[in-house]
Write a protein that binds this ligand. Structure first.
Ligand SMILES: Cc1ncc(COP(=O)(O)O)c(C=O)c1O
Length: 500
């Protein structure tokens, strides 16, 4: 039922097989655009299966707000600049409990936002300048819908590859250094074109990452890399913006994993590292804004239609966010949704929904998919990242295809022959910066297990395996044919050994 409205657009129009959508996206074209564009548009942000939306809990929260005029009237009027106080307080206490920082998180470190994407735009408005800010460094493969948000702010995009530990710090350091050296050689101090404001500052660089259960790479950045990244950001006056939107959606990677507590985060966020590492934002010589900000969201744990999130950083930086022009005009966004969510957190309903419904459901979905991947795809030569983790999470799995198999062919043939849709790795490349190793993803696909009906996930992988097997046997046939024709023409075919 879930995917049926979309079959005519994202799936095969002629297939007799039921569409299996491991891509999940929303399409709203009045007429069909060309195929590559269609795929991009179809991707959209990720959606949860509708059976996982906490409709009744939201209704309960809504009633609590609307039946009590002392809550309902402020809820229906303009918000404070930094958002509903009860939501900020309840969030502060849940985040403290989940991330377990050395000292409690105060509500002054939190502002209510219109979700992670809306707040990414706000952060760029307040803390970057299109001339002064040299680059935004994006961990690749990247959440592709962020690209336009960076574009809107006039920033120059650069890609930074990941390895098995997360962001490639060495590469990032050397590229930032080169940028700085070039600017110095040209005596380019790049004075800001925007006015300086007492509540904000302009950072020289922005670094954008999804450090935990990343969209799309599915990787988690190690603690060491998080610390190194904070150190680098301080050195080069960079603001690290992290979308920490999947952190709560975690489960054991295998059924036999022991001693895992899923109501605690596996690692500190980068914003937590920045708070304490080497004296934090209050260390000698620092300006108090800090070098990181965390974007949280209710989209993945309650419902994207609520369009509400939060950001956390130093109280100085968060005050700056609350002074964005649009928030000074009528206060923080999403005020009424914020009051519903405050009630859901105060009663513990939302936390229980996360721990008792979402984590087990997504864990089950994940395991169904990964079990078939291990049985059908790994023997063909496909690879999964970071296979040694005890806890995994998020919405999807990133798969490197067997060597010689390109994602373009897999995506196209899977759609035409098996009516199964997956996301092609190239969609997650940073536009204009794909030359360096690890920034081009022609052999990768991303598969989402959050949207499609649970029963269809295993079949989706089986269909995909059929496609890959067919492509591999076609590849072998072509190899055999060209060997034969080379022999007929009196030449020998070189093997890899000939080059050793
Ligand atoms: C990394 C990342 N950031 C942001 C978002 C969107 O979050 P929000 O709905 O809070 O704007 C998504 C959703 O797919 C995401 O994967």
């Amino acid at each position: 039922m879930a995917a049926s409205n979309f079959s005519e657009v994202v799936g095969s129009a002629s297939s007799s097989k039921k569409l299996i959508n491991l891509l999940r996206g929303h399409v709203s074209f009045p007429s069909l655009p060309p195929a590559p564009l269609l795929l991009l548009a179809a991707l959209g942000p990720l959606w949860p299966n509708t059976s996982l939306l906490p409709t009744r809990l939201i209704e309960k929260g809504t009633r609590r707000v609307l039946q009590d005029p002392s809550i309902a009237f402020p809820a229906l009027l303009y918000a404070p600049d930094n958002g509903d106080l009860k939501l900020r307080q309840n969030l502060a206490s849940w985040l403290t409990d989940f991330y377990q920082p050395a000292a409690p998180i105060s509500d002054e470190r939190i502002a209510v936002t219109g979700g992670a994407s809306q707040n990414l735009a706000n952060l760029l408005q307040v803390f970057t300048d299109p001339v002064y800010t040299r680059n935004v460094w994006i961990v690749a493969p990247a959440y592709m819908l962020a690209f336009r948000i960076f574009d809107d702010s006039g920033l120059k995009l650069r890609a930074v590859p990941e390895d098995e530990q997360g962001i490639d710090i060495k590469y990032l350091r050397s590229e930032i250094r080169k940028t700085e050296d070039r600017a110095q050689a040209q005596s380019n101090s790049s004075e800001p074109i925007k006015p300086q404001r007492p509540w904000s500052k302009f950072y020289r660089h922005v670094i954008y990452a999804v450090p935990t259960f990343s969209n799309p790479s599915f990787k988690t950045m190690t603690r060491k890399r998080r610390e190194q990244l904070v150190g680098l950001a301080r050195e080069y006056d960079a603001l690290i913006i992290t979308d920490d939107v999947y952190d709560f959606l975690q489960w054991p990677s295998s059924l036999t994993a022991k001693d895992v507590s899923l109501d605690k985060a596996i690692l500190p966020r980068i914003v937590d590292v920045d708070r304490y590492h080497d004296g934090g934002a209050e260390r000698e010589g620092a300006d108090g804004f800090g070098n990181s900000v965390s974007n949280g969201s209710f989209s993945k744990i309650a419902g994207p239609g609520l369009r509400t999130g939060w950001c956390e950083g130093t109280s100085k930086l968060v005050y700056g966010v609350s002074q964005t022009g649009s928030s000074r005009s009528g206060g923080a966004p999403s005020q009424i949704a914020a009051t519903f969510l405050a009630e859901m957190l105060a009663s513990g309903d939302l936390q229980r929904h996360v721990y008792e419904v979402l984590q087990p459901s997504y864990g089950r979905r994940y395991r169904k998919m990964v079990t078939v991947i291990e049985k059908e795809l790994i023997p063909l030569g496909a690879r999964l990242p970071q296979t040694d983790r005890d806890i995994v999470g998020g919405y999807f799995i990133w798969l490197t295809l067997p060597s010689g198999i390109e994602s373009t062919a897999v995506v196209q043939r899977a759609k035409e022959e098996e009516n199964v849709v997956v996301a092609q790795g190239e969609i997650f490349e940073v536009p204009g910066d794909t030359e360096h190793a690890g920034t081009h993803f022609e052999n990768d696909i991303r598969m989402c297990f959050a949207w499609e009906d649970e029963d269809a996930l295993a079949e989706g992988i089986e269909r995909l395996a059929r496609v890959i097997r067919t492509l591999q046997s076609e590849q072998q046939d072509r190899g055999a044919q060209s060997a034969q024709s080379a022999t007929q023409h009196g030449t020998t075919v070189a093997s890899a050994k000939d080059f050793w």
